[in-house]
Design a protein around this ligand. Structure first.
Ligand SMILES: [Zn+2]
Ligand SMILES: [Zn+2]
Length: 324
């Protein structure tokens, strides 16, 4: 039944798919889940403090969200959404290399070097579950490596700072990414996933594909539902202790956007905190919100206007190259 519904959702016209597809960040399923989680968290926090949680309080919080939606920074996020989704991503795509191409070359190369392997006697569902996890971890590693380089290399930071120039965080901010930034990320991610899955397929001796939902790895879809929407939001929802090392909660990512120098270059992962933990960039969020300010110190003169959004990163990158 669920499978039939998903097939129907995939056939929907684009506008309806944006609203209804489980893979859409503007879809009712993801937004509804984020709102339910945020409401549940607020109610739980009030219950722990023995305070009353009422519908009026929730309305006050949502009214504040309305103010954020009218901020010029959110308008710029929306422009970036249109440019990235429909103009560039829709017309030319992002991949110089595709995951499938990398997988094919890795499997062929390993077969030439070591010869083909016998098919593993393992249930098909088990192999699919394993490669789903492998692809997810490879994506997360690619995200971390790409993000780390963009914070360390001035030429790459020139493009990545577009994302950090957001002064308020809403679910739209996830699209506030310069096309050059996206292009680099898409190819690093394709390489990481392609090499890992190619190795897995060769070792298992048979073609295996990850479980997906709406063309995305099913574990990533879980991340979209539980974390992605709230990472760019005003809801301070910290995970601490061992959970705060395993997963990057909304508060972790809000610290990543913070202007406070103590928070610079921290929490570089996407959904899992393991890579940050391993490489020493994890910053555990405190229980209470530390009143963060977002943006970049040396922003372009009009950081939310289209010319500054698109062109000033090239000038900044050129200055970085000249400085060596
Ligand atoms: Zn960043
Ligand atoms: Zn962000």
């Amino acid at each position: 039944m669920a499978g039939e519904l998903l097939q129907q959702a995939e056939k929907l016209p684009q506008a309806a798919a944006i609203l209804l597809s489980p893979g859409s960040i503007f879809g009712v399923p993801q937004l509804g889940c984020a709102l339910t989680l945020a409401t549940g968290f607020l109610a739980w926090r009030h219950w722990r403090r023995r305070q009353r949680f009422s519908a009026r309080l929730l309305w006050r919080v949502l009214a504040r969200s309305r103010k954020l939606l009218c901020h010029p920074s959110t308008g710029a996020d929306a422009i970036y959404y249109l440019i990235n989704t429909f103009a560039i991503g829709g017309l030319i795509g992002w991949g110089l290399v595709s995951t499938d191409l990398v997988v094919t070359h890795v499997v062929r190369g390993l077969n030439d070097l070591f010869g083909p392997r016998l098919a593993l006697a393992f249930p098909a569902w088990g192999l699919r579950a394993c490669i789903t996890l492998v692809a997810f971890l490879a994506y997360e590693f690619g995200y971390y490596a790409d993000h780390y380089l963009k914070h360390k290399i001035p030429f790459l930071w020139a493009f990545h700072q577009t994302h950090h120039s957001a002064e308020v965080l809403t679910p739209l901010t996830v699209f506030r990414v310069h096309p050059v930034d996206t292009l680099i990320f898409a190819n690093i991610a394709a390489l990481c996933i392609g090499v890992s899955c190619g190795l897995f397929i060769w070792a298992s001796g048979q073609p295996v594909t990850p479980y997906d939902l709406a063309s995305a790895n099913i574990i990533s879809v879980l991340g979209f539902f539980l974390l992605a929407q709230l990472q760019h939001s005003q809801f301070w929802m910290p995970l601490r202790g061992i959970w705060g090392r395993m997963l990057l909660s909304p508060a972790h990512h809000q610290l990543h956007h913070s202007l406070d120098p103590a928070h610079h270059n921290c929490n570089l992962g996407s959904f899992i905190g393991v890579w940050d933990w391993l490489f020493g960039t994890l910053y555990m969020p405190p229980k209470a919100s530390p009143r963060l300010r977002f943006g970049v110190e040396q922003a372009a003169s009009a950081p939310h206007r289209l010319p500054a959004l698109l062109l000033s990163p090239f000038a900044a990158a050129w200055r970085a190259v000249r400085r060596g």
